[in-house]
Design a protein around this ligand. Structure first.
Ligand code: MG
Ligand code: MG
Length: 272
């Protein structure tokens, strides 16, 4: 099933995504050396509940927290703990919220203090690949076109594209069909249709694409212990074109970053 959403449902999903966007923006100001991820998790849970929503990950498949926090060589699904962040770390923060029966789910990889140049490059390329993937989410394309766009761009930089973890449809369930891999063959897979809402989430490794599972049953890290980056947006297909439901604007505002990368995918505001 394609799980197509009505325009009304998409507007509700925009609200759910907005809460996650604002949560990540709030966290952006708190992520610095010396802070631990359990503290960030508590801030996020309170923030989401204060906004009449429910943490989307807490208890989902028995996950114990509100945030997935994955520093450095961890790819995704890291569990918050009391270990302080250190200067030069990167931290992927993935957050979900449930409001009005719909999920929002997106992620950003933050720099903790001053980060090595080659790590900055990994973040820059991974984030750019997210927007390249979003651009490919349009009528006439298929799932494989989107995956191929992300894969071609990131592999051209020598990076590894994680195979075992993928993006997904989003809606009343956190994970709906179709799966949205960050790799693939052009012209293959399901056709994109108006009303689809998906989470696009490149997970890109500086070195090998291969991963390892921690014994905690959750955390996933790179096999070579080199850093991994993760950026995720929620996107609806409306009138043949991708439209962002989530935004990194709150993060950029908190960090003083100028960016116009979301502009082509924002909702058009009709003229008065
Ligand atoms: Mg996510
Ligand atoms: Mg996701």
């Amino acid at each position: 099933m394609a799980n197509l959403k009505s325009r009304e449902e998409i507007e509700l999903m925009r609200e759910s995504a907005l809460i996650v966007s604002q949560t990540l923006g709030m966290l952006a100001k708190e992520i610095k050396p010396g802070v631990n991820t359990l503290y960030l998790d508590q801030l996020a849970e309170s923030f989401i509940r204060d906004h009449q929503a429910v943490p989307g990950f807490l208890g989902l498949y028995d996950f114990p927290n509100t945030l997935c926090v994955s520093p450095n060589e961890q790819v995704v699904h890291g569990i918050p703990n009391d270990k302080p962040l250190e200067e030069g770390d990167i931290l992927s923060v993935d957050c979900g919220a449930l409001k009005n029966g719909f999920y929002g789910d997106h992620a950003y990889t933050f720099e903790v203090g001053e980060v090595a140049e080659e790590t900055k490059k990994l973040l820059e390329v991974t984030k750019k690949s997210l927007y390249i993937g979003i651009k490919a989410f349009c009528l006439g394309n298929r799932v494989g076109d989107l995956g191929n766009a992300i894969q071609s761009y990131t592999e051209s930089h020598g990076y590894g594209v994680v195979r075992e973890l993928v993006g997904h449809g989003l809606g009343k369930e956190m994970h709906e069909a179709p799966e949205i891999p960050n790799y693939g063959k052009r012209g293959s897979g399901k056709k994109f249709l108006d009303g689809m809402v998906i989470a696009i989430e490149p997970m890109i490794n500086q070195g090998t694409k291969n991963i390892r599972h921690f014994s905690d049953g959750w955390t996933i890290k790179t096999a070579d212990n080199l850093p991994s980056a993760h950026f995720e947006h929620n996107v609806a297909l409306i009138e043949g074109k991708p439209q962002l439901l989530s935004t990194f604007d709150y993060i950029y505002e908190a960090l003083g970053i100028q960016s116009d990368e979301e502009v082509p995918f924002k909702r058009m505001v009709s003229k008065a």
